[in-house]
Design a protein around this ligand. Sequence first.
Ligand code: KG4
Ligand code: ZN
Length: 337
Amino acid sequence: MPITILGIESSCDDTSAAVISDGELLSNVIANQDVHIKYGGVVPELASRAHQQNIIPVVESAIKNAGISKNELSAIAFTRGPGLLGSLLVGSSFAKGLSLALEIPLIEINHLQAHILVHFIKQIDKKPPAFPFLCLLISGGHTQIIIVKDYFEMEVIGSTIDDAAGEAFDKCAKILGLPYPGGPYIDKLAKTGNSKKFSFTKPSVADYNFSFSGLKTNFLYFVNAQVKLEPNFIEQNLNDLCASIQHIIIEILIEQLKKVAKNTGIKEIALAGGVSANSMLKETLISVSEKNKWQCYIPELKFTTDNAAMIAITGYYKYLKNKFTDQKISATARYNL
Ligand code: KG4
Ligand code: ZN
């Protein structure tokens, strides 16, 4: 009998369900929530309500697209945290109810661990990173460098002391009047911009940590001062501003990664999280990897931002290790790696 896991993700503003069978992806359905766009950020109460509307059709589609019946599921894996509590509650309550109804085991998942283990979804012509590997986990809420020693043995050796890299992209995009989330817009506009046109101060942070809030303030003051001199400054320089801010964010990330790789001697390097969708970051990592003889692993675009495929694959490895949970489990907004 194959081991078939239904994964459910609802930690922020994407409702997603996926089915993985013996490590292979059968379906991955994501419902995005457009309701937040006009507010320039995720509104927790609206996110929670949208999850309630989406969860049943999303799970039904995931099972249907997988070409299986719900009775063929071996277990249900759900995101326990970290994330928005109201959002997490929708996915976790649904998962608990379904596991009771189908009389199959329940598996709780750490969303951050899942972003990393997405590399282990079986894919033709693609091998997963070998342990131990370094993972640069960069999303809207987290920026960390992790030594991944085994599937469930992970050591965080560097973290942001303030904003996350995704937050830096999104906040700078907002300053430029771009929609939320701004990361993908900056990525696109930067392609035709000059990254050397404007320079910003790089933060100095101890050890392997990161800081982005000073950079954002630096960017804000610079843009405001220029707009005072020339009201059309943003419009006239949009692509160069995007390329310049993107350039420095990437430089900060890669510099710390190089330091850790050098000091640990680890040459297997993986990216994970929403920001790893950034095209210039991917290009930079590939060229830095060639120079340093690293083997780099970049997730496919559909696996970078929040998705349930990563929850299902993590559930699969937990299933193999008999790591189940019971109905007493509750969602948690904070959940460290
Ligand atoms: O992992 P994720 O989907 O959600 C969290 O768990 O936070 O990451 C979302 C973040 C947002 O900040 C978004 O702007 C950023 O990932 N992002 C990007 C790109 N695509 C998504 N940042 C830069 N370039 C991109 N192409
Ligand atoms: Zn995420």
